[in-house]
Design a protein around this ligand. Sequence first.
Ligand code: HEC
Length: 165
Amino acid sequence: MRTRDRLVVCIVIGVVALSAFWALREPPSSRSISEDAVFPTLTPEAIPLVTGDESIIDIFTRSGCPVCHLIPGIPGANGQVGPPLWLGTTGRERLRDPTYHGSATTVHEYIVESVLEPQHFIVHGYPEHTMPAWYGSKLSALALQKMASYLEHQEEEKRIESPEK
Ligand code: HEC
């Protein structure tokens, strides 16, 4: 009888020790790191300098924007990490958003600001600290102007109206 009791105690201790071991095995901090790893990361070393003399397709493609963004008219730009870049449709909403505290007054300025200083405004429903913050060192002023001029004219409907693209 006493040996049976001791056996039960041993089993209880074993179960407690095992569950403690299990809980310690995966601390919450390591879990959030692996969640972050789901999003593609781009390092500045992977991106060449973009001068702005390239075609508009090359300007976006070399910069790596298609990895994370859908961009109408840019082949292969079907990224889902960030919002679709049809700023002709969404740009004005951003400027009107009560949580927008950047300094842009036009959609064009908002796009340039979003690329150079993405931390100013995080689009609702999308992850922060994901849009790279180092594009200022990779894109010339001309490249940025061309990107903004292109994106501010993209409309959500355009994509649906021109399926041949
Ligand atoms: C690693 C992923 C990633 C890459 C690469 C990336 N972006 Fe983003 N971008 C995001 C995410 C996520 C957001 C939404 C969160 C935020 O507002 O920062 C975003 C937001 C934006 C916005 C604001 C969009 C809106 O609807 O208000 C613009 C504009 C933008 N990106 C342009 C670009 C351009 C141009 C490039 C290439 C030069 C680029 N992004 C590269 C992830 C990325």
